[in-house]
Design a binder for this molecule. Sequence first.
Ligand code: UDP
Length: 358
Amino acid sequence: AGYSGSVVAERMASSGFKVLVIDRRPHIAGNAYDCCDAHGVRIHCYGPHIFHTNAPRIFEYLSRFTTWRTYEHRVRSWVDGRFYPFPINRDTLNLLYGLQLHNDAEAQAYLESVRVPQSQIVNSEQVVLNAVGWDLYQKFFYGYTKKQWGLEPSEIKAGVAARIPVRSNQDDRYFTDEFQAMPKDGYTAMFERLLAHKNIEVRLSTAYRDVCDEIEARHVLYTGPIDEFFDYRFGKLPYRSLRFEHYHVPEKEFAQEVGTVNYPNDFAYTRITEFKHLTGQQVAGTSLTKEYPQAVGEPYYPILTDANMELFQAYLALAKTLEQVTFVGRLAQYRYYNMDQAAAAGLKAAEYLLEKLS
Ligand code: UDP
């Protein structure tokens, strides 16, 4: 009942198919699930989810199920005892090094002088060194990446660090996508509307494994971990997990200046997110979440190393032999999807299924 599955369910149901949605958790919305805590603040139970996309098709599609609150996410990074704009921009450079870079050209020239050009860019260390050089790499990226993944940045595919831009202007937004917004009543409410179709039945707290033998379906769309589907036949495919520490500060209206503060070098957590910035709620006190990366627990992120992607390819080859099962989503496709990409994968799968089954 996360993005990919719910989108497929809605599309198929709207074309007259009967859909049974099974989720092993006791709630819908996958990792986007949000709820109000004991203090009335809407928090994201599985870490911060900020919607952004450049695809009008996705924004329009989801807009059928929610209205939006315009929100542009901002992040600061806590480095050597100070907060800096992150992603790195001109202000970051000026603040950090006491420079006076007045325009884009001067900032670009500075970055040109410190970057360490790479002859090939295949891993995350090379991405960052190529863009900003050693000092900025060590201050903002190395520690965070090590904490987040439990690996050296040089072991992780380039695409992971390449998610983060480097800017010569003063734009301090985390994303620059055309559409940036939060579902007005939260993600869970949006998913309730997505799934509220007479042709959709949702069964929660139900593991696929426990019921797959008794269900007759023309087709199965599987959105869980692909290695689990095949009983770990080729070994476990690693996913990175997190522990979330949700807490409330009653005496403050806000505890930090922006939605998220990253901690690349200090502490065991990677970042702290304060939800009132995201939701715009006006309630007393403030609620925040710390994210502690860990190897065990719920699978949240595919870990994009060469070895893991090779292992995934083996599972994918198996998956392709199954005519009546389609694998979609972050866990089933072992892709580092953002929310809009997970929704897009769902739309694409639904188009394929409608053609195949109609
Ligand atoms: N990253 C980093 N320092 C930061 C933020 C991100 O080195 O302050 C790197 C890190 O490897 C992280 C990746 O960039 O896993 C992608 O960051 P993003 O904020 O997109 O991660 P997500 O929100 O998906 O957890």
